[in-house]
Design a protein around this ligand. Sequence first.
Ligand SMILES: NC(=O)c1ccc[n+]([C@@H]2O[C@H](COP(=O)([O-])OP(=O)(O)OC[C@H]3O[C@@H](n4cnc5c(N)ncnc54)[C@H](O)[C@@H]3O)[C@@H](O)[C@H]2O)c1
Length: 325
Amino acid sequence: MGWLVTGGAGYIGSHVVRALAQAGITPVVLDDLSTGFRRFVDDSVAFVEGTLLDQPLLEKTLREHEITGVVHLAGFKYAGVSVSRPLHTYLQNVTGTATLLDAMLTENVTNIVFSSSAATFGTPDVDLVTEETPTRPESPYGESKLIGEWLIRDVARAHGLRHTSLRYFNVVGSGSDDLFDASPHNLFPLVFNALAKGDRPRINGVDYPTPDGTCIRDYVHVSDLAHSHVVAARKLEAGEALEPVYNLGSGSGSSVKEIMDAVRRVTGIDFEPVIGDRRPGDPARIVATGELAARDLDWQMRHTLDDMVASAWRARQAAGADYPA
Ligand SMILES: NC(=O)c1ccc[n+]([C@@H]2O[C@H](COP(=O)([O-])OP(=O)(O)OC[C@H]3O[C@@H](n4cnc5c(N)ncnc54)[C@H](O)[C@@H]3O)[C@@H](O)[C@H]2O)c1
């Protein structure tokens, strides 16, 4: 008996795996290691190396490990890259999710928690996004996540799955010094990599219509996020109804300049960022209320911005040469 974590060797998945194990739920990981790391998964956890696109492997894994639910995190997450690689993005995120759902139906696995994204909203025209805010994704990535939500909703309607989709906002920090975000496109790894090389971190655009001119994002700590997955898994397993979608946002945002201040404070490194041009497709501000998730998923900000920066920096330092440049 256990829960399958697809993408469990990735940044967020590895935190979810540890949170499930600590809560007494046996995790089983399926990961193709395309962006994840085998060492992120403890040897005590069953690990299946393979892709979501391999339906016989999925079915065998579900059956042999007597899986009762799935946390589905595996996917291609680089929104910017998805614009030039739409087929790859749809294959991994849409075909992959459809294949997983088909395998779940075959093996009669009826619970699923899905990793969705703030990218489903595109550029919202409200200060505080709620679950009612219209979705207008602006990249194949955001579209693929929205289609994933629809696939799960429709299969649930037809076949009776219990499900929820969690739309993460900007996930940062580390719950343990041996786990980190290795994305070459996210702000924290970019800033840390620049500092590690002795370069000046870069701010993309200082002329946005925000108080300090830089983009505002809603940063949430990966351990807080992982905890809410455990709550969702438990509730689904117990047959409790959950909303189809929750926003995992904090209700407040931080600007890129504020992040740079926090990095200076936490690392003790004094630097002056390079000011660059805007990146196409970056909304000025996206911040969500997490009220619904607070009500149902024990979603709380248990970490400050400085905790997020400090824990991510510690993990970056601990990884040393193992950190992808
Ligand atoms: N990091 C964020 O801020 C953020 C925000 C919103 C949503 N998400 C979503 O959360 C999920 C996890 O993100 P992450 O930051 O941990 O990314 P990640 O790249 O570290 O993790 C993804 C994991 O999935 C694996 N994987 C990818 N395609 C696979 C496939 N076809 N079969 C099996 N395994 C596969 C990778 O090897 C990796 O271990 C993704 O679905 C992402 O879209 C992340």
